[in-house]
Design a protein around this ligand. Structure first.
Ligand SMILES: Nc1nc2c(ncn2[C@@H]2O[C@H](COP(=O)(O)OP(=O)(O)OP(=O)(O)O)[C@@H](O)[C@H]2O)c(=O)[nH]1
Length: 444
């Protein structure tokens, strides 16, 4: 140790001085300790309940750690306020130890709050004289690490309590160790702390829990992440939401053993609902609920492909146009015109088989696909539909508004390579029906 001072021992009594001097070599050893050591004796020889102590010996490390110099023969009271101990003081602890003869260990800071110490006070009897040994250790680094950890933990809890995502850490039995407040609330718990130790089986309906548990099998078995899984979940109120989930394995220090799972599930209920809505809008006509033109043409193309594969297969197509529909709009207004389109759609849809499909392919133009139906059978169906519409007017309050339809029919041929050629033939037939006075069925 550098600049090690010569050991000097100041004894409270001659008897003690004798003993201590005999121990001088032992005290020399203490100079090499990484602990600071004070050896104190009660200031008044025979009174243990004295309020002060004489520092008989301080090792070099004590001065080095605390920055307090000239300790030998100083009083403990004098240096007591150099340690910040909350309710206690070094002096009060010293008195307590002398009373109880029980050692005390306490953590404290220096007066400026820049250093942390662990201080141990022990009562000893040396040559029948009571004495106090104070050992001090600089624990600033450990304390800083502890405080950092505490702060990190607090930050982590703040994240858990404020994030809108469902965040969770599970142990190797898939039990919750931490989770976000949102996950607690959505599953009917007051605090995320109520979730700690729970298994998915205890949180979610069994079926949902099984999905989540299965998902975690490869994570535990192979240490791989599971990413972008879209799953439904059940809220405490019974409603269904959707989450997109990422789960990662957490490893032990060996970097191999999976000790748990870290997961983030994001609620995508709103975006999923919007996506579903857009998909429906793209495939469904908003006014009538029938297939949109695009979706209907997809069906038609499938039928064309089927017939190309099996030329003996049949499929007929009806092109249907409302007669003089402009007049309905002009006389009754556009809203009634809309009701008429809905009315006709309902009448047509009610007459279809499961295998048939129907689409609104223009403003007041519809088309029906009839698989496994030749053109004559399609004509019979079309005539029946035409008559039904003729005799079923739209009822609008007191008013009864009649309408008729014209229909052009064609059968899909093996030579048809696209929807256009099929529509063209049906259109020619429809044109003929219109030109022949409307409310007619024509074949093309
Ligand atoms: N109310 C309403 N009318 C529509 C809609 N789409 C198209 N129409 C109307 O449908 C009418 C079609 O008129 P036209 O093409 O002249 O045919 P039409 O009056 O039915 O006569 P023909 O087809 O020759 O029998 C137009 O007045 C369009 O405004 C719609 O979504 N709602």
């Amino acid at each position: 140790m550098d600049n090690k001072p010569h050991v000097q021992i100041h004894a409270a009594s001659s008897l003690q001085a004798n003993g201590l001097n005999k121990c001088a070599n032992c005290f020399n050893l203490l100079e090499y300790l990484r602990y600071g050591v004070l050896y104190c004796t009660p200031k008044i020889n025979d009174k243990i309940d004295t309020h002060d102590f004489l520092i008989a010996y301080a090792n070099h490390t004590f001065s080095k750690l605390t920055g307090i110099e000239a300790l030998n023969s100083a009083s403990l009271k004098k240096i007591s306020n150099r340690f910040s101990m909350g309710e206690n003081s070094l002096l009060s602890l010293a008195s307590k130890v002398m009373h109880t003869k029980e050692p005390i260990t306490q953590e404290c800071q220096d007066e400026r709050g820049t250093q942390w110490f662990s201080i141990n006070l022990s009562h000893i009897e040396l040559y029948d004289e009571p004495a106090l040994v104070i050992a001090i250790e600089d624990i600033s680094n450990r304390k800083q690490a502890e405080l950092d950890l505490q702060r990190m933990n607090q930050d982590f809890i703040t994240v858990l309590e404020s994030t809108s995502d469902f965040i969770y850490i599970k142990d190797k039995e898939s039990r919750i160790r931490y989770c976000s407040q949102t996950l607690a609330e959505i599953t009917g718990h007051q605090s995320w702390r109520d979730m700690v130790g729970k298994h998915d089986n205890e949180i979610f309906p069994l079926e949902t829990a099984q999905v989540y548990i299965q998902e975690e099998v490869p994570i535990f078995r192979d240490g791989v992440a599971v990413l972008n899984k879209v799953n439904p979940y059940f809220r405490a109120d019974g409603s269904v939401g959707w989450v997109s989930t990422n789960k990662w394995p957490m490893f032990a220090e060996d970097g191999k053993t999976v000790t748990g799972i870290f997961g983030i599930s994001r609620d995508i209920s709103e975006s999923k609902a919007r996506e579903d809505e857009l998909r429906t809008m793209a495939t469904t006509d908003f006014l009538t609920g029938l297939a949109s033109r695009r979706d209907y043409i997809d069906d038609l193309n499938r039928q064309i492909a089927r017939i190309q594969r099996s030329p003996q297969a049949l499929c007929s197509l009806l092109l249907i146009d409302l007669d003089l529909f402009k007049r309905v709009n002009d006389i009754y207004g556009h809203a009634v015109g809309d009701h008429m389109l809905q009315h006709i759609s309902r009448l047509m849809r009610n007459d279809l088989r499961r295998v048939d499909s129907i689409g609104r392919i223009g403003g007041e133009e519809f088309s029906i696909l009839m698989p496994d139906t030749d053109i004559q059978a399609a004509k019979t169906f079309a005539e029946r539909l035409r008559k039904k519409i003729e005799i079923t007017p739209l009822l609008d309050g007191e008013r009864s508004i009649p309408i008729t339809i014209s229909i052009g029919i064609t059968q899909i041929h093996v030579e048809d390579s696209s929807a256009e050629s099929v529509f063209e033939r049906a259109d020619v037939a429809l044109y003929r029906a219109k030109n022949s006075g409307r409310n007619r069925v024509e074949l093309g």
